[in-house]
Write a protein that binds this ligand. Structure first.
Ligand SMILES: [Zn+2]
Length: 216
């Protein structure tokens, strides 16, 4: 970049590094490189070598700005991508938590076998030992015995939604562990208040159980 040289007299009266600011009527209107100016200022012969400091022409500045703008755009694109991924992980795009199942009890179903009088999740009847998968990426906040839930796991996801997996035969994760969407976290069983091997699956949002079917 041209060093700021205030030339109040005439063009070429003062030089610095081969550059001179052109001042007309007190206004800086531009900058020129001149070896002629050097000659005028030093009084050396016209063909004498002039010290050539590298002069970055002002045209480089837009390049730097373009580069910065491009970098900012890349960061913005990355940020948008991460936000999309977060939204995907935390919204309704859940991984089916087990396989080879039959849904045997739906959310809200009335029944005397449930302490609340109605069913608080969705039941997936399948063979003991069938893998149980985390519906979304998140962090294990409970893993262990849960009374009527038997062996159970609760995973908290990015937006605060939690998923609960109950009556497990075995648990493959520990409290505090981070899990991925679709990661095997345990196996189906019939522990706790259960009449046969099945996964009892809950979705909890703002401390309220929601219909898992709306998220799957
Ligand atoms: Zn159930």
């Amino acid at each position: 970049m041209t060093k700021g040289i205030a030339v109040k007299t005439r063009i070429g009266d003062l030089i610095q590094g081969g550059s001179v600011a052109v001042v007309v009527g007190g206004l800086v209107v531009g900058a020129v490189s001149t070896s002629q100016g050097a000659t005028l200022a030093t009084g050396e012969p016209a063909d004498a070598p002039v010290a050539q400091e590298p002069v970055n022409p002002p045209t480089l500045e837009p390049d730097v700005m373009a580069e910065a703008a491009q970098k900012a755009k890349q960061i913005e694109v990355q940020r948008a991508k991460r936000a999309r991924e977060r939204a995907q992980r935390s919204s309704g795009d859940m991984f089916t938590p087990t396989r080879n199942y039959r849904n045997t009890a739906v959310f809200g179903q009335a029944g005397g076998s449930w302490s609340s009088g109605h069913h608080t999740g969705l039941d997936f009847a399948t063979a003991t030992g069938t893998p149980v998968f985390s519906a979304l990426a998140g962090k294990v906040v409970e893993a262990g015995w849960g009374g009527a839930y038997g062996n159970h796991i609760i995973v908290r996801h990015d937006n605060g939604v939690e998923t609960l997996y109950a009556h497990l035969n075995s648990i493959a994760v520990a409290k505090g562990e981070k899990v991925l969407r679709g990661q095997r976290i345990g196996a189906v069983g019939s522990t706790g208040n259960s009449s046969g091997p099945h996964l009892h699956f809950e979705v909890i949002k703002n401390d309220v159980q929601r219909d898992p079917a709306a998220f799957l």
